[in-house]
Design a binder for this molecule. Structure first.
Ligand code: ADP
Ligand code: MG
Ligand code: MG
Length: 209
């Protein structure tokens, strides 16, 4: 089980991870975008977690929904609506719950990914955050289907996410600003895929503690 306290810790841990990697994410975005991904994410998640003390008594669905609303309204650029949609869709699946089974967590991550896919219309291989989220959710689903144990399943998901992240390097960007560069987008790691990897890694680290 993953309880509400762990979800709150995850959101805090991810925000700290973003802060630590703010310059790195912005540098990645400077190469194939407009040099603001770290800044956008840092601003948005700091604002989002500042709302959490008001909702600690509420269920996990409401906590994630609160995060999503702040992200949608305060991160500029592509990543705000996309991360906002991820958390909004994730929130609806876990509405009313104060702890999650492996299956709940799978459905939550799957719903978040589906939201990103619908909103951004990127496919696997387009060099976006989808290239990390999608293989991670598939790996998590397979592992949960086999043994229903969250921690090893999340370790499998992170391995897949890491591979997905590396795979964005040679890709030709087909969505977002990087796509304007055409072939010059090749050979560089995608910033949004990198922040999505950090999001999942923060979740694993929270569950390990
Ligand atoms: P902007 O490009 O508007 O400045 P950010 O720099 O914050 O926004 O975010 C860029 C990241 O957003 C990209 O690296 C990519 O991973 C992700 N992204 C952009 N467009 C899409 C899309 N249509 N679907 C999924 N992810 C996308
Ligand atoms: Mg940018
Ligand atoms: Mg921008």
């Amino acid at each position: 089980m993953v309880d509400k306290e762990q979800i709150l810790q995850w959101l805090q841990a991810f925000t700290t991870e973003i802060e630590k990697n703010k310059e790195y994410l912005t540098e990645l975005d400077a190469v194939i975008g407009d040099a603001d991904h770290g800044i956008n994410m840092d601003r948005g998640f700091k604002k989002a977690i500042a709302q959490l003390p008001n909702v600690t008594e509420q269920d996990i669905g409401n906590i994630l929904k609160t995060v999503s609303m702040t992200l949608i309204s305060s991160i500029g650029g592509a990543s705000g609506p996309l991360y906002g949609t991820f958390f909004l869709r994730a929130s609806t699946v876990v509405a009313g719950k104060s702890e999650l089974t492996a299956q709940d967590l799978l459905e939550m991550l799957q719903a978040g990914l589906d939201g990103v896919l619908q909103r951004g219309k990127a496919q696997l291989g387009d060099k976006t955050m989808v290239d990390v989220l999608s293989p991670a959710v598939v790996a998590f689903g397979q592992a949960v289907g086999t043994n229903k144990v969250i921690l090893p399943a999340m370790q499998q998901a992170i391995a897949a996410a890491q591979e997905g992240l590396q795979n964005t390097i040679p890709m030709l960007a087909k969505k977002g600003r990087a796509s304007y560069l055409g072939e010059r987008s090749m050979g560089h790691q995608d910033p949004g895929a990198t922040s999505s990897y950090l999001m999942l890694k923060s979740l694993l680290e929270t569950l390990e503690n």
